[in-house]
Design a protein around this ligand. Structure first.
Ligand code: FES
Length: 258
């Protein structure tokens, strides 16, 4: 008899509102799946992209981020605006590497909204259960998925700078944020500043294991040969990788081997 898939789920919630909502759900006996593990942080603005990527690397099937409603954050910096920027950017990155962005969800829940907290958790758990294990519904083998997640993980210091300098926006409503992150302007910035860097990071990540021919790199990363060649030539020019003409393979430059 097939056993029902029980997802691994993580919630990272702010102390002042969403955790209060979770607490109220508990004392009010509003049921939600016990396999959703909660981690409390002081503000949703404290949640870094690295927390989410690391959770997926560790096999989490769905990640929830919960904070105070916009305008209600308990800190003068209004950290929930940082949280929405970070989550929207992370969703774009997940989509870029082939992971369903619906596996990451951000919601605002006040300390008095215990029933809302429970209902969001139930709905999210049902959605993730339907999606199945991370990578399965996406059709990505685990080894490739891990490689892609690690490639993003290594890029996070760069991504933080890009987001702070070029992509961080301040809007009034959630709809305005969603509109901006779906806009052509944002997609163009993403393509110019991030998409190529992710591909390059994936190539470097694969070359950390061993030397590859361009054709093998392309088939391992499900990319076309011309795209791979463009990255290889540019990276070799920058001294990140080297070409072994005898073996007809690219390898990582020793200075870049970490
Ligand atoms: Fe709750 Fe900032 S304190 S989001």
């Amino acid at each position: 008899m097939a056993t029902e898939f029980k997802p691994i789920m993580l919630g990272i919630v702010c102390n002042w509102c969403c955790y209060g909502g979770a607490d109220l759900a508990g004392v009010s006996r509003f049921q939600y799946p016990p396999y959703i593990r909660l981690i409390r942080v002081m503000c949703s603005g404290r949640v870094d992209m690295s927390f989410i990527i690391r959770a997926f690397q560790n096999g989490t099937d769905g990640v929830f981020v919960g904070g105070c409603h916009l305008g209600d954050c308990h800190y003068v910096t209004q950290g929930n605006h940082d949280a929405i920027n970070m989550v929207e950017m992370t969703k774009k990155i997940l989509a870029n590497i082939g992971v369903n962005p619906a596996r990451l969800r951000l919601e605002w829940v006040s300390a008095g909204e215990g029933i809302r907290f429970a209902s969001i958790m139930n709905e999210f758990a049902e959605q993730i259960t339907k999606l199945g294990p991370l990578g399965k519904s996406e059709g990505i083998e685990n080894s490739l998925l891990q490689l892609k997640l690690e490639a993003v993980n290594r890029l996070i210091p760069y991504l933080r700078v890009v987001q702070n300098e070029r992509l961080q926006v301040r809007k009034s409503t959630e709809e305005e944020y969603k509109e901006y992150y779906a806009s052509e302007e944002c997609n163009r910035l993403f393509r110019e500043l991030i998409a190529d860097k992710i591909t390059l990071s994936e190539i470097i990540q694969l070359l950390r294991e061993k030397a590859f021919s361009p054709g093998d790199l392309a088939s391992n990363l499900n990319l076309n040969l011309s795209e791979i060649s463009r990255h290889l030539i540019s990276s070799a020019n920058h001294g990140l990788i080297r070409y072994d003409a005898g073996q007809k393979r690219y390898a990582i430059a020793q200075s870049n081997y970490r």
